[in-house]
Write a protein that binds this ligand. Structure first.
Ligand SMILES: Nc1ncnc2c1ncn2[C@@H]1O[C@H](COP(=O)(O)OP(=O)(O)OP(=O)(O)O)[C@@H](O)[C@H]1O
Length: 387
């Protein structure tokens, strides 16, 4: 969808901002550009909407050389979100969001309906926020309006330059989560500039790690963290990249343990006997429809021979996640619920439980899978983790 072919940008003062860059972003893919300040990320992005012209090389958009496309027409196909959102202060949120549809000549009602739809999509109730002015919004809300405005005319491509850079870490994480949800619905082709490695890992289908003016590695976050291509990348992603991998490693069925399972209406003595036979201290409790209800521990002093059903002693369990959720989420769910294990479901079906030991195993497996699959000369996991 977006293709760079040997693109170089040299500024008149001799600075080479970008040097012989070649890469491709597939349709519907989100690629994060990450690297230290001044390495050429913004220059790369601004060449796509022709705010900056390359010195040499070609950029193709959907197969078409953008040098041959009128810049104004080009920019209508490209949403653009920047850190200083640039909302018009004297226009309402709804009018701001409808800016591009207006420019495209949509009639007033259609443009406003579309703007309201987009505000809704980014989590701002249009009947509440639509009439406000930008200075009546929080920083996070302004960023959401920026995203809604960029999407209003439904452009196939979205350029985002540190869009969440100006908000505090908690709001930033919220915005990232919402943006991922939004992107799963709208599936735009996105170039996303950030200098925050965590953000690049979390959001990118693939990430481009920049050194000075060059891409040092262009790959999935899991591979960049697991097998940095060069010592520079290893250094940039940091010695704690094992931890960062938690964000990109999904829970798989093989990571799960299988504790005894009982049902709410099972007689208690029967359940107690099952636990004793399996030498388990607790069991998972499912309801009639085999959906997760919670867990049960049989008291130390046992249960009466004719003593009721599992329902009487079962406790609710709220710590659960869908299979495929990242290990980081599993870890934070364990901490949040102060739980020694969490249940993992496939839709409504109970699959097993993830324990801290299982989580550790999953992480080790994920790291060694990459180091085996992509041997890199000069960089071993040991040399990096010891760094
Ligand atoms: N108009 C200009 N004239 C000369 N040099 C420039 C110009 N614009 C940018 N540069 C230089 O080009 C290099 C790349 O800049 P760019 O803005 O692309 O970096 P960046 O990676 O986006 O940095 P940051 O994260 O700080 O925004 C820098 O060395 C910068 O100083």
């Amino acid at each position: 969808m977006i293709r760079f072919e040997h693109v170089t940008k040299r500024y008149p003062d001799g600075t080479t901002a970008v040097d012989d860059l070649s890469f491709e972003v597939a349709e519907g893919e989100l690629v994060t550009l990450v690297g230290p300040s001044g390495c050429g990320k913004t220059t790369t992005m601004k060449m796509v909407n022709r705010l900056i012209e390359p010195t040499s090389g070609q950029i193709l958009l959907g197969g078409e050389d953008i040098a041959a496309v009128d810049p104004v027409r080009l920019r209508r196909r490209i949403g653009y979100v920047i850190q200083q959102v640039g909302l018009f202060p004297h226009k309402t949120v709804l009018e701001n969001t409808a800016t591009v549809p207006h420019l495209l000549g949509w009639d007033r009602k259609r443009a406003r309906d579309r703007a309201a739809e987009l505000l809704d999509l980014v989590g701002l109730d249009p009947s509440v926020y639509g009439r406000r002015y930008p200075d009546q919004l929080s920083g996070g809300q302004r960023q959401r309006v920026g995203v809604a405005r960029a999407l209003a005319a439904d452009p196939p491509v979205l350029l985002m330059d540190e869009p969440f850079g100006a908000v505090d870490p908690v709001v930033r994480e919220h915005l990232q989560t919402e943006f991922l949800r939004l992107q799963s619905q709208v599936r735009k082709t996105v170039l996303f500039v950030t200098h925050d490695i965590e953000e690049a890992v979390r959001l990118g289908d693939r990430m481009a790690v920049y050194g000075a003016g060059r891409i040092e590695q262009f790959d999935t976050p899991a591979t960049v963290l697991g097998a940095p291509a060069t010592p520079y990348v290893a250094d940039f992603v940091g010695a704690d990249r094992g931890l960062k991998r938690l964000s990109v490693t999904p829970i798989e069925p093989a990571d799960l343990e299988q504790p005894p399972v009982v049902h709410l209406d099972d007689p208690l003595p029967e359940a107690a006997a099952r636990l004793a036979a399996e030498e388990a201290r607790w069991a998972v409790v499912l309801d009639d429809g085999d959906r997760l209800h919670g867990w049960i521990a049989i008291p130390e002093d046992g249960v009466a021979r004719d003593g009721g059903s599992v329902r009487d002693l079962a406790r609710r369990m709220d710590a659960w996640l869908p299979v495929g959720a990242p290990l980081k989420q599993a870890f934070s769910t364990m901490l949040q619920h102060d739980a020694g294990w969490i249940a993992v479901l496939d839709g409504e079906r109970f699959l097993g439980v993830l324990t801290p030991a299982g989580l550790h195993e999953a992480l080790r497996r994920s790291i060694s899978a990459d180091s085996n699959a992509v041997p890199r000369e000069g960089v071993t996991l040991d040399s990096v983790s010891g760094a």
